[in-house]
Design a protein around this ligand. Structure first.
Ligand code: FES
Ligand code: FES
Length: 214
């Protein structure tokens, strides 16, 4: 049989438990601020996108926040394009869009419907290398190779930029077009970092292809 003392004990335990729980939730609320949209149960926005990569059309269903780099690597398994910094500082993710180079980590995949995307896999094949790939091999333009796909995609576009008369910071006269000088090539390749320091060999490789082009 429950007497008055038991009832009082139960009430006191209840108050302590309730009070404790309130305090715990109050602290948890304070720590959890601000609440992220994903924690509210919001679903990511998905979009259908058609990507033309290396001449092949792919239909993908992507979270609209997916970068072109992640779409290439994670969805299409084209892992030649590398992720270095993932915020536009190293150039490892360089690919070619409609003939011009971009950092694919800084661009959303859904922005590239209708564009012609070229990655290192699309430049040449082991049996039929692009001249820039062959020159990198000939001049030892790499050590670990992690930056190399980005370096090669960039280098191919650098020569086109110079040929098209697009000036760089190293161009002495912005109206006189640009020249195929070592200074020009170094300046234009400055967005592609090589942690192994293979720069002099990379320049030699590009100069060889530039000479052949000229
Ligand atoms: Fe894109 Fe470094 S991974 S610039
Ligand atoms: Fe290793 Fe360039 S070859 S980072």
């Amino acid at each position: 049989m429950i007497d008055r003392k038991d009832v009082l004990d139960m009430s006191r335990r209840g108050v302590l438990l309730t009070g404790g729980a309130t305090a715990v939730f109050a602290v948890a609320d304070a720590v959890a601020q601000p609440v992220r949209p994903s924690q509210k149960g919001a679903m990511p926005a998905m979009q259908s996108v058609q990507l033309n990569v290396n001449g092949k059309v792919h239909q993908l269903q992507l979270d609209t926040r997916t970068t072109l780099l992640d779409a290439l690597r994670e969805n299409l398994r084209l892992t030649g394009t590398k992720k270095g910094c993932d915020h536009g500082q190293c150039g490892a993710c360089t690919v070619i869009i409609n003939g011009r180079r971009i950092n694919s980590c800084l661009s959303l995949a859904v922005m590239h419907e209708g564009d012609a995307v070229t990655t290192i896999e699309g430049l040449g094949t082991p049996d039929n290398l692009h001249p820039m790939q062959a020159a990198f091999i000939k001049h030892d333009g790499y050590q670990c190779g992690y930056c190399t796909p980005g370096q090669i995609c960039s280098a191919v576009c650098v020569l086109d930029e110079i040929q098209d008369g697009i000036p760089s910071h190293a161009s002495a006269d912005l109206n006189a077009g640009s020249y195929m000088s070592e200074m020009e090539i170094r300046e234009r390749m400055s967005g592609n970092i090589c942690r192994c320091g293979a720069y002099s060999n990379i320049i030699e490789a590009i100069e060889e292809v530039a000479g052949a082009k000229a």
